[in-house]
Design a protein around this ligand. Structure first.
Ligand SMILES: Cc1cc2nc3c(=O)[nH]c(=O)nc-3n(C[C@H](O)[C@H](O)[C@H](O)COP(=O)(O)OP(=O)(O)OC[C@H]3O[C@@H](n4cnc5c(N)ncnc54)[C@H](O)[C@@H]3O)c2cc1C
Length: 506
C-alpha cells in the first residue's frame, strides 16, 4: 500500500521549477476524476508523471455529479451491455479499494403493476449476471405493504410495489482527491491552479506544454514542461485543449447540464435512494444524505463549458414539481432549497441523439500532434478508462506492457474519514491545506469538506474560522483573507439567487 503522504502544494516556486525540470514520460492535462485516475495508474506502473489542473482538483464535473458509483441500470434499456458490465464490475472495485468513499445504499424503484415489476426484474437479472453480483447483493421485490412500511412518505396510490437493489454513494470530489494523492504518493508531480495554455508539438525532445499559475496573486508564474506522451483529460474542456494542439480541430463533444437541489432531510424524510419519473418520463431520484436529502437531476444541452453552469427556473421547477407529485409532503418550494449544484457532462457527440440518449461510453482520440484525448465516460468507470489510456500510452512509449495495479491497492484516504471530520472547520481546514493540497478557501468549503452543499446554511458559518486557520498557513494578508471569505459568500449568493424568489410559484 502507498504511504498516505501529505499533499502540501504551498511551495509554488518549487512546484513550477519541478514542472520544468525534466522530460516526463507522461503529462496529464486536467485534474478531474479522469486525469487523476490516469496519473495514479501511470505512476503506479513506474512512469514519470506530471498532472496539471487549471483550477482546483475536481473543480469541474467531478464535484458536480450525482455522487453515485452505480451500475447504470438505465443503459440496459439502451442495449449498451458492455457499458453496464463494466460499470457493474467497477463498482465492486471502487468499494474494495476505497470503502469509505463507496457506501452501499439501497435504490428503490417503485412500480405501477405486476408487469412493470416483472420487466424491472428481468433487467436486474441481466444486470446482476453481467456484473457478477453476489447472491447476498441481489435485488429483492417489495409488496405495496412493504413499500408503505419502509418509505411512508412516498405516494403509493397508483403503485403495486417496488424493486430494491444495492448501489453505492460516494463523495466525487474526495474520490478524485484520493486518486490525486495516491498518484503523488507514487511519485507523480501534481499541480492545481496550473493551466495548460499552449501545446508545442513534439520533436525529438517530447511535447512541450506552457503552463501558467492561475492562483490569485501568483504574478504570472509560468513553466514549460515537456513529456513524451500527453493525455488531454480536460472533461468539458477537452475540445478547447484539442484546439491548443490543432487550431482547426472540429468539436467532438456535446455538453449536457445537470443540476441537483438539496433540501433538509425532514422536508423529504426518506431512508433510501428513491427513483421516480419526472414530467417527461425521465427518471429522477432523491437521495438521503445525513441531515439533507438531494434531488437530481436534469439533462439539457449546454452550449459551452462553464465551471459554474447557470441554473434556470425551468431546471428548478422540473425537480420540485416531480418531487412534490410523488411524495406525501407539503409541496416543496424554492424556500426549501438549502443549496444547489450544477455541472456539465462531457458527452461524445452522436448525430441525431438527445443528450439523455447519448451513450455514456468513453472514447480516446489521437491528435495530429500526438496528444491522446479522452472524453465521455462515468465517474464509476474512471479506473478502467484510465487503464485503457495508460495501456495505450505505454505502447506509444514503446514500453513493455506492464500490469495495472489500481484495482489491488487501496486508495490513499479512501479507507477512513478524514481527520477532523465531525464538525470542526479549523481541524478540517488545516488538514485540507497540509495534507490535501487546498490553496483557497473555496477548495476547502466546496471540495474538501462539502459544506457548501450539505450544511444547513451552505457552510457560511464555517468560512470565518476556516479562513483564519488557512491564512497563516498560506501567508494571506488580512485583505486577502477577507477577499477569500467574500468570494465564497458571493458564490453562495449567486447560486441561491438563481433558485430563490424569481418566480415564487413552486
Ligand atoms: C449532473 C451530472 C451527474 C452525474 N452523475 C454521475 C454519477 O452519479 N455517477 C457517475 O459515475 N458519473 C456521473 N456523472 C459523470 C461524471 O461526473 C463525469 O463523467 C466525470 O466527472 C468527468 O470527469 P472528467 O475528469 O473527465 O472531467 P472534469 O471533472 O471536468 O475534469 C476536467 C478538468 O480539466 C481541467 N482543465 C480544463 N482545461 C484545462 C487546461 N487548459 N489546463 C489544465 N486543466 C484544465 C478542468 O478545470 C477540470 O477540473 C455525472 C455528470 C453530471 C454532469
Amino acid at each position: 500500500m502507498n504511504p498516505p503522504l501529505p499533499l502540501d502544494l504551498r511551495d509554488r516556486d518549487g512546484l513550477f521549477d519541478a514542472l520544468g525540470a525534466r522530460l516526463f514520460d507522461l503529462a496529464v492535462i486536467g485534474g478531474g476524476i479522469t486525469g487523476a485516475g490516469v496519473a495514479r495508474d501511470a505512476a503506479m506502473r513506474g512512469l514519470s508523471v506530471v498532472l496539471v489542473e487549471a483550477r482546483d482538483f475536481a473543480s469541474g464535473t467531478s464535484s458536480r455529479s450525482s455522487k453515485m458509483i452505480h451500475g447504470g441500470l438505465r443503459y440496459l434499456a439502451q442495449g449498451d451491455l458492455a457499458l453496464v458490465r463494466e460499470a457493474a464490475s467497477e463498482r465492486k472495485i471502487v468499494q474494495a479499494i476505497a470503502p469509505y468513499l463507496a457506501r452501499e445504499t439501497p435504490f428503490v424503484i417503485p412500480a405501477r403493476n405486476a408487469g412493470s415489476i416483472a420487466k424491472l426484474r428481468a433487467g436486474l437479472w441481466t444486470f446482476e449476471k453481467l456484473g457478477g453480483v453476489l447472491k447476498s447483493r441481489k435485488h429483492e421485490v417489495w409488496s405495496l405493504a412493504d413499500l408503505q412500511a419502509h418509505e411512508p412518505t412516498l405516494k403509493t396510490d397508483d403503485l403495486a410495489g417496488a424493486v430494491v437493489y444495492p448501489e453505492y454513494l460516494t463523495d466525487d470530489a474526495r474520490l478524485t482527491l484520493a486518486n490525486i494523492r495516491s498518484a503523488a504518493a507514487s511519485g507523480a508531480v501534481v499541480a492545481n491552479y496550473a493551466s495548460a495554455e499552449a501545446i508545442i508539438a513534439g520533436g525529438g525532445g517530447g511535447t512541450g506544454i506552457d503552463v501558467i499559475d492561475t492562483l490569485p496573486g501568483s504574478h504570472g508564474r509560468r513553466a514549460r514542461l515537456t513529456a513524451k506522451v500527453v493525455v488531454n483529460a480536460a472533461g468539458p474542456w477537452v475540445d478547447a485543449v484539442r484546439m491548443l494542439e490543432d487550431g482547426g480541430a472540429a468539436p467532438r463533444l456535446n455538453l449536457a447540464k445537470g443540476i441537483h437541489l438539496v433540501v433538509a432531510h425532514d422536508r423529504l424524510p426518506i431512508t433510501r435512494t428513491i427513483i421516480f419519473p419526472a414530467s417527461d418520463r425521465r427518471s429522477v431520484f432523491a437521495v438521503p444524505r445525513g441531515a439533507m436529502t438531494y434531488i437530481g437531476t436534469t439533462d439539457t444541452l449546454y452550449p459551452d463549458p462553464d465551471v459554474w453552469p447557470a441554473v434556470t427556473d425551468d431546471d428548478v421547477d422540473y425537480l420540485l414539481t416531480a418531487t412534490t407529485k410523488h411524495f406525501l409532503i407539503s409541496p416543496l418550494t424554492r424556500a426549501d432549497i438549502v443549496s444547489v449544484w450544477s455541472g456539465v457532462r462531457p458527452l461524445v457527440r452522436e448525430a441525431g441523439k438527445s443528450t439523455s440518449d447519448t451513450s455514456r461510453r468513453d472514447e480516446v482520440w489521437l491528435g495530429p500532434g500526438g496528444v491522446l484525448s479522452i472524453a465521455g465516460g462515468k465517474l464509476t468507470a474512471y479506473r478502467k478508462m484510465a487503464q485503457r489510456v495508460v495501456d495505450q500510452a505505454e505502447t506509444m512509449l514503446r514500453r513493455k506492457p506492464s500490469a495495472c495495479r489500481t484495482a489491488d491497492e487501496p486508495l490513499v484516504g479512501g479507507d477512513a474519514a478524514p481527520p477532523g471530520a465531525g464538525d470542526n472547520p479549523a481541524v478540517e481546514a488545516r488538514y485540507a491545506v497540509l495534507d490535501e493540497g487546498a490553496l483557497t478557501l473555496e477548495d476547502y468549503w466546496v471540495r474538501r469538506s462539502g459544506r457548501a452543499w450539505f450544511d444547513l446554511d451552505g457552510g457560511l458559518a464555517a468560512l470565518d474560522i476556516a479562513a483564519k486557520t488557512m491564512a497563516p498557513l498560506l501567508g494571506w494578508s488580512t485583505a486577502r483573507t477577507v477577499e477569500e471569505i467574500e468570494g465564497c459568500r458571493a458564490r453562495r449568493n449567486n447560486l441561491m439567487a438563481a433558485v430563490r424568489g424569481r418566480r415564487g410559484t413552486v
